[in-house]
Design a protein around this ligand. Structure first.
Ligand code: IVH
Length: 671
């Protein structure tokens, strides 16, 4: 804690006093959050000089210090939806309210907070926030801000008025300013906020005058007119009416899911706004409620800043490997020094394709900026190059790292493929792995390392060879015990009886996953018909595209020998009944998410069922499109998310009942 306090105080000093930040805002916010959490757990150790105990800044010596009429508070930052839910929950609890309450949601402008004092409609004083109690007198300079009213031209002007808002410099004006500074050989500003702050907190007013500063109001104290305007939303309108500029993106919302939507909408359009923002501010709209809720010494309980926060991590790249996929696609993968992202140790991230890799121009020893896209897959967003002398530039291979066959690119260089097919050991290994995986026949005990050893020992060469394996064969492989070997052989034997659509899936034909396999098998009903089908035949199936049709046709044309070998050892069950038309509508065209553990039906079966009942998509994550959540036991936050977004939830028991009913109608042996 002490270490963090020391660091943060130093960063604050560099940021506020010297206006020369040395770490990113995101990092600062993050460290502050860590410190707050530590302090919460270890209350007794909070130091009076901890950065969490004061609002900000030391004061610049040439600006006179004046005390604020009412303390100028900061706002607590949050970064995640769950914190927003918590914010609302606490407020409702404190106010002892069950009904929804209105929140005034505004943009969080990224500039310099300034407090203005008007008496009888005349600007008397402008103060920076300072430490929240005392601020710097910037009245002279503030008078030069072009849209800041010096006199309020309105009949209904309160005798005393305190207005707070943000002094900013618009993005376009910031670009011009920095351009001019660099032409003059002067130091440029690192961002628009520093430019605004540096332009206002300056000795020479004539300089401020030249900088195009703007003031946007977001808060006011009306003193004896307090009760007349008892909502934040109303007050913003009143401020507008008095002649202040208000950023027009403010809205009154009373549900968290709507606020979250607003947050996401603003987040996606923030780059197109003319002013820098770093989040949204959510305020309890009712001023009486605000008063009831009160403040801590640093921030109010009635407002929160929901900041845009994409976690970024920086680590050193140690190497790039090139993985050969089942179909020969070469994927470059960057390996780096381990980084701990939310508790998961990440050591590598895909570079997707040749084009993307070349764009980054990577050398070993370079640094990678890593983000977790959608909190799951690590993604490299930027490469920070080191001196070229020390590093080794990474080149995309011309020949397959596995079999040395030529690599060919498609036009866009998005797909580079090994041309080795059958002779490529990587492709062979991946094809064999896929065949026995849960996407294929789902055979127990045959993991990648055993498959590798089986290939090395010439015990398997193609997928049909699995069915000729004996217990003795397996025992030849080091590390395999008798009982394990017995179980594997039993599992292989059991898997020989297979439905047509599972068989189609197991072959690993590009584009053929469960849903397309089901469509194809329920159209042709037998393998015999599939073998004899033309591209056109495949193409006439509803929702089967040209690419899939071609892939099916060529696979069966080029692998006749393999298929007949498989037919000899397998018992492929024809599909019983066409489910051309789905008579049931409940699952039809739905975007479904499964969660929790299923007791009465295996998850795989459940997936198979909904696919056969015409569902459109199955995903692991709740998104905008999701319209049904099917849950087993021990479900986590997905239920809460679904409730929040009003997504229909179906419990396992009911789901199984519906499945049984529907499968009877369809007369297929789905369950
Ligand atoms: S309300 C008592 N509204 O964010 C709450 N602040 O980190 C008073 N800010 O100090 C502030 N946009 O400089 C409020 N729409 C907005 C804002 C906003 C930016 C700044 C302000 C504040 C800081 C908190």
């Amino acid at each position: 804690m002490q270490n963090l306090q020391k660091k943060l105080n130093y960063y604050s000093y560099k940021y506020y006093t010297l206006q020369n930040p040395i770490i990113s805002d995101q990092k600062f916010d993050y460290l502050m959050l860590v410190l707050r959490k530590l302090e919460k757990k270890n209350n007794d150790f909070i130091q009076s000089d901890s950065p969490t105990q004061k609002v900000g800044s030391n004061l610049l010596p040439f600006l006179k210090s004046i005390s604020h009429i009412t303390p100028m508070l900061s706002i607590k930052n949050i970064f995640e939806l769950k914190d927003l839910l918590n914010f609302e929950r606490k407020i409702k609890h404190k106010l002892a309210l069950k009904k929804n309450i209105n929140f005034c949601c505004e943009l969080k402008l990224d500039g310099l907070a300034v407090s203005l004092l008007y008496k009888k409609g005349i600007l008397i004083q402008a103060t920076t926030r300072g430490n929240g109690i005392n601020g710097e007198n910037v009245t002279k300079n503030a008078r030069t801000i072009c849209n800041l009213p010096l006199k309020l031209n309105n009949t209904n002007v309160p005798p005393k008025l305190e207005v707070r808002g943000e002094v900013v410099i618009l993005k376009k004006d910031f670009a011009i300013l920095n351009n001019n500074l660099s032409i003059q050989g002067k130091k440029t500003f690192s961002n628009a906020r520093n430019a605004a702050s540096g332009s206002l907190r300056i000795k020479k007013t004539s300089k401020t005058n030249k900088r195009k500063l703007m003031f946007f109001a977001y808060y006011c104290n009306l003193f004896n007119l307090e009760n007349k305007y008892n909502s934040q939303f109303q007050r913003l309108k009143k401020l507008q009416n008095l002649g202040f500029s208000i950023n027009e993106n403010y809205i009154l919302l009373n549900k968290i899911n709507k606020i979250y939507k607003f947050y996401n909408a603003i987040s996606s359009k923030k780059n197109n706004l003319n002013v820098e923002i770093d989040g949204i501010v959510i305020k309890v709209d009712n001023i009486k409620y605000q008063k009831k809720l009160g403040n801590t010494i640093t921030y109010p309980h009635w407002a929160i800043a929901f900041k845009f926060y994409s976690k970024k991590y920086i680590t050193k790249i140690t190497s790039v490997s090139f993985q050969v996929g089942r179909t020969g696609t070469i994927t470059p993968v960057a390996h780096f020094n381990p980084v701990n992202i939310d508790g998961a140790i990440i050591t590598k991230a895909s570079l997707y394709n040749k084009n993307n890799m070349l764009k980054f121009n990577i050398s070993t020893g370079d640094f990678a900026e890593i983000k977790r896209a959608g909190e799951v897959i690590p993604k490299i967003t930027n490469i920070i190059h080191q001196s070229m002398k020390l590093n080794k530039k990474i080149h995309f291979p011309k020949i397959c790292p596995s079999c040395s066959s030529d690599i060919i690119d498609n036009k866009s260089k998005k797909i580079s493929k090994c041309t080795g097919t059958l002779i490529c050991s990587s492709q062979k290994q991946k094809t064999l792995e896929y065949f026995v995986s849960k996407f294929g026949l789902n055979i127990f005990g045959l993991g990648p390392s055993i498959i590798k050893k089986l290939i090395q020992n010439h015990l398997i060469n193609d997928i049909s060879d699995f069915f000729y394996l004996t217990q003795d064969n397996l025992l030849k492989i080091s590390g395999i015990e008798k009982k394990y070997a017995k179980n594997v052989i039993y599992a292989i034997k059991k898997s020989k009886k297979v439905s047509l659509h599972t068989f189609l899936c197991s072959l690993g034909i590009p584009n053929i996953a469960r849903s397309s396999a089901l469509k194809i098998s329920s159209f042709f009903l037998s393998l015999k018909k599939i073998k004899n089908a033309s591209i056109q035949d495949f193409f006439q199936i509803k929702n089967i595209g040209k690419k899939t049709a071609k892939n099916m046709f060529y696979f069966f044309k080029n692998n006749k020998k393999l298929i007949s070998k498989l037919e000899k050892v397998l018992q492929i069950e024809n599909t019983l009944v066409k489910f051309k038309k789905f008579r049931i509508n409940f699952f039809k065209n739905k975007h479904i998410v499964f969660t929790g553990s299923f007791k009465t039906m295996k998850r795989q079966k459940a997936v198979k069922n909904v696919l056969s009942f015409g569902c459109k998509n199955i995903s692991n994550y709740i998104s905008k499109k999701t319209n049904l959540l099917i849950c087993g036991e021990n479900c986590g936050r997905k239920i809460k998310q679904a409730e929040l977004f009003k997504i229909k939830i179906l419990k396992e028991k009911k789901f199984v009942l519906i499945c049984k009913k529907y499968s009877k109608i369809n007369t297929t042996s789905i369950l």
